[in-house]
Design a protein around this ligand. Structure first.
Ligand code: PLP
Length: 397
């Protein structure tokens, strides 16, 4: 059996599974969720699924679409009005000029991630990926036959991806660089200067850049989001992944997109047709409303997350637990080394003694050891209660 693999080679029931699947490890995230099933009265600060509802105008647009019988397959790259709206948004907010034929609508950013890896990576191609990171990338890279080259981002650099660290990892097999800003789980927002430096490295070594900007609207402390694809000479080598899940509280609608060079989008769209044909018609029309309708609910959501962020930082300060202030997304990634436990053991301890669900830093790559991820996706009073419980549990140590 592959170490930590989900599928046991010795179990005859697994004999029909492809080798590809035998090598996919059980994630630490799944282990924690499985553990949580044995407890009641849990406060979940674990998953990355917003607890806030999808704004009413978006829901109404979906209802209208249903009433109008918009329940058929659509153009497989996405309805033209939606791609047009995304192109407008990219021009207006991100400084990137795309034609609607350079945009592919996907089933969540997740499908875009998977198709990108299959479309870009040959067997053994290396892709430099920040660590800690959202590890669905790992599964996609593994299935595509690529080789992950983790770049450990450090709290002393505020978890920024530093160009000089990227440079050190480059080999003749390096094909791609992954940038996630704001990042899950660290909440780091890449600065313009650091992104510009990465862009220079990418151009110098002819790398293709995948820029995951799924949390771009969730920004705090006046920080600004920058898109690496908007920098000079980057359009031809950048694929920008985004979607409505996090910004508009629409995780269940499964709607994302990728913008990039037309030949790559064309190739991906062939794959997309074979996998899902098109994104759900109703979700596409809901997303059209998200992009073109009133945006005030977005500001309200950011205010809610910000209050929770401030409360969480205050409680961490009280415990003397260090963290890098997150400037985006809805996570905090504190360092828990002083308790002398592994990240997983710390989370198990909190589950057993406080019934609080946290995710171990190692759910985001081995470089996350010594940290845990707290998501800000419970009401403030629940976050306070979770910290009351955790404080009591820590007193037992
Ligand atoms: N990218 C990052 C960094 C994420 O954290 C997530 C989800 O948590 C996704 C992509 C996928 O989001 P979705 O498929 O809901 O658009």
């Amino acid at each position: 059996m592959t170490s930590n693999s989900m599928y046991n080679d010795l179990d005859p029931a697994n004999r029909f599974l492809s080798d590809r699947f035998r090598h996919i490890p059980v994630t630490e995230r799944s282990r924690m969720i499985a553990l949580a099933k044995g407890y009641s009265n849990i406060i979940s600060l674990g998953r990355g699924d917003p607890d806030l509802d999808t704004p009413g105008n978006i829901v109404e647009a979906a209802k209208r679409a249903l009433d109008q019988g918009k329940t058929h397959y659509t153009d497989w790259i996405g309805i033209p009005e939606l791609r047009e709206a995304i192109a407008d948004k990219l021009r207006r907010e991100n400084g990137m000029d795309y034609d609607k034929s350079e945009i592919l609508v996907t089933v969540g950013g997740q499908e875009a991630v998977f198709m990108l890896m299959l479309s870009l990576l040959n067997m053994g191609d290396e892709i430099i990926i920040p660590e800690p990171r959202y590890t669905s990338y790992d599964t996609a890279i593994e299935v595509a036959g690529g080789k992950m080259v983790p770049l450990i981002t450090k709290p002393e650099n505020d978890f920024q991806i530093m160009a000089e660290d990227v440079e050190k990892l480059i080999t003749p097999r390096t094909k791609a660089l992954l940038v996630i800003t704001p990042n899950n789980p660290t909440g780091v927002v890449m600065t313009k200067e650091n992104l510009e430096a990465l862009a220079e490295v990418a151009k110098r070594h002819d790398l293709v850049v995948i820029s995951d900007e799924i949390y771009e609207k969730l920004m705090f402390d006046g920080w600004k989001h920058w898109s690496i694809g908007s920098f000079p000479g980057m359009k031809e080598r950048t694929l920008t992944v985004n979607g409505v899940s996090k910004s508009y509280s629409m995780t269940g609608w499964r709607l994302g997109y990728v913008a990039g060079p037309r030949n790559i989008i064309d190739a991906m769209s062939q794959l997309k047709y074979a996998i899902t044909i098109c994104a759900a018609s109703i979700s596409q029309l809901a997303a059209l409303e998200a992009f073109t309708g009133p945006q005030d609910s977005l500001e309200e959501m950011v205010n809610v997350y910000n209050k929770r962020r401030l409360v969480t930082m205050m409680r961490l300060d009280r415990l003397g637990i260090p963290y890098v202030t997150p400037r985006g997304a809805f996570y905090i990634f504190p360092e828990i080394r002083k308790y002398g436990m592994t990240s997983f053991d710390f989370c198990r301890f909190m589950m057993e003694k406080a019934q609080v669900l946290l995710f171990p830093g190692t759910a985001f790559g081995e470089g996350g050891e010594g940290f845990v991820r707290i998501s800000l996706l419970a009401p403030t009073d629940k976050i306070m209660e979770a910290f009351d419980r955790m404080e009591k549990a820590l007193e037992m140590l």
